[in-house]
Design a protein around this ligand. Structure first.
Ligand code: HEM
Length: 387
């Protein structure tokens, strides 16, 4: 068994992942919490794993002492551990709100939201774009998207600040499930009856019991908290990548549609390092390795996205690469439902910073920027930029 998730991995996972891909692809590793798991690192195996029905997200298939993931008590894990038919129904509920038609509205709204966070007065100043942009933007969007009332939206902003900013005082709110549950309870109790996603879900719950109360809580837990941090990580990491390279900036300006450029930033940064843990429902083979029923498999999205067999010169960000087959947003039946939103928001944030402040520059040496975490997700902790 190998220990790979050390502080070097958190700072820079790429050399370790390259070595693991070369040395067989599938490895028995110790997770930072202690329990072991299988780490899958090659693109073809990761992609096949995401499609493999014998690898379940349902913790009920776990056996033995393997890693079981961030343990959230029911009802919070409703989305991940739902039986297939319930999972499909819940995905349907989210998709009806995050449909391409509804998300198209965000092409206009996202730039306005970004504009409200960073404005003319900031010109010439040094600002931390994690604090001023990457952390508040998801709260503003989720608030509007779901139709949170002002009080709940304010609480969500408070949670984000107290969790994601370096100034956050321990104990971290992330660890305080009670805070998150209270915000969810607030959100549903105060849900406006008007034409909002939350209003419609709460209405359906009251009218026909679908989603059930537990499912509604689980859904909101997912949408409000689980994806928050990776979105902030992607926005900050993308700004950092482009500010650090005049060549990438020129390519950005030259590109009409920014979708493939965001795909490349997703590939290059891979803010969510691992897919959620999968549990083998039966003995199975990945590469040359036999996984026993009940063992845990960690599919490494970041490693797959840097596999040179699939992406030549993977360490070099190339905005013209045009590869939608990157796996940063997952793939298959659990593929990210925020995909279109993630692209729209990231493009809006970059476009705003790069066009309003074409001379914006990092205020510190790039090597001084500290990165958050490293096991499940990664992103810059601060981003001081002179606008
Ligand atoms: C940069 C930002 C994001 C990244 C990197 C990301 C990544 C992912 C990944 C890798 C998965 C698959 C997990 C797995 O297979 O184990 C996933 C699922 C999901 N994502 Fe995202 N996500 C992001 C933002 C969002 C946003 C903004 C939303 C919604 C507002 C969202 C909603 C979801 C949902 C509901 C699922 C679960 C789908 C299911 O279980 O069927 N994500 N995401």
């Amino acid at each position: 068994m190998t220990d790979v998730f050390d502080s070097d991995f958190a700072r820079n996972p790429w050399p370790t992942l390259e070595r693991l891909r070369i040395e067989g692809g599938v490895h028995r590793v110790r997770t930072p919490d202690g329990p072991p798991a299988w780490l899958v690192t090659r693109y073809r195996d990761v992609r096949a794993g995401l499609l493999d029905e014998r690898l379940s997200t349902r913790v009920r298939y776990a056996q033995g002492d393997d890693y079981r993931g961030f343990s959230v008590p029911p009802p919070l894990d409703a989305m991940l551990s739902a039986a297939p038919a319930d999972h499909a129904r819940l995905r349907g509920l989210v998709t009806s709100e995050l449909s391409p038609r509804r998300l198209a509205e965000w092409t206009d709204r996202a730039p306005r939201l970004v504009d409200s966070l960073l404005h003319e007065d900031d010109s010439g100043e040094t600002v931390d774009l994690v604090e001023r942009l990457a952390v508040p933007l998801p709260a503003a969007v989720l608030g509007e998207l779901l139709g949170l009332d002002d009080h709940t939206a304010e609480r969500l902003r408070g949670w984000a600040n107290s969790t994601l900013l370096p100034s956050a005082a321990p104990p971290r709110a992330r660890d305080t499930l009670a805070t998150m549950l209270a915000i969810i309870a607030d959100a549903t109790a105060r849900a406006p009856r008007s034409d909002t996603a939350l209003g419609r879900w709460v209405g359906a719950h009251r009218a026909c019991g679908s989603p059930t109360g537990a499912e509604l809580t689980g859904l909101l837990f997912y949408l409000l908290f689980v994806w928050y941090e990776v979105l902030a990580d992607l926005i900050a990491g993308s700004v950092l990548t482009l500010l650090g390279s005049p060549g990438l900036r020129q390519t950005w300006y030259a590109l009409g549609d920014k979708r493939s450029a965001v795909d490349e930033l997703l590939r290059h940064l891979s803010p969510q390092v691992l897919a959620g843990p999968r549990f083998a429902t039966t003995d199975l083979v990945i590469g040359d390795t036999t996984i026993a029923a009940g063992q845990t498999v960690l599919l490494c999205l970041a490693s797959a996205n840097h596999d040179p067999e699939i992406f030549p010169r993977p360490a070099v960000p190339d905005l013209a690469r045009d590869r939608a087959d990157q796996l940063a947003l997952g793939y298959g039946m659990h593929a990210c439902l925020g995909n279109a939103l993630v692209h729209t928001l990231t493009a809006a944030a970059l476009e705003h910073v790069l066009t309003r402040w074409p001379d914006a520059a990092l205020a510190v040496d790039e090597r001084e920027i500290a990165w958050r975490s490293g096991f499940r997700h990664r992103g810059p902790l601060t981003l001081p930029v002179r606008l």
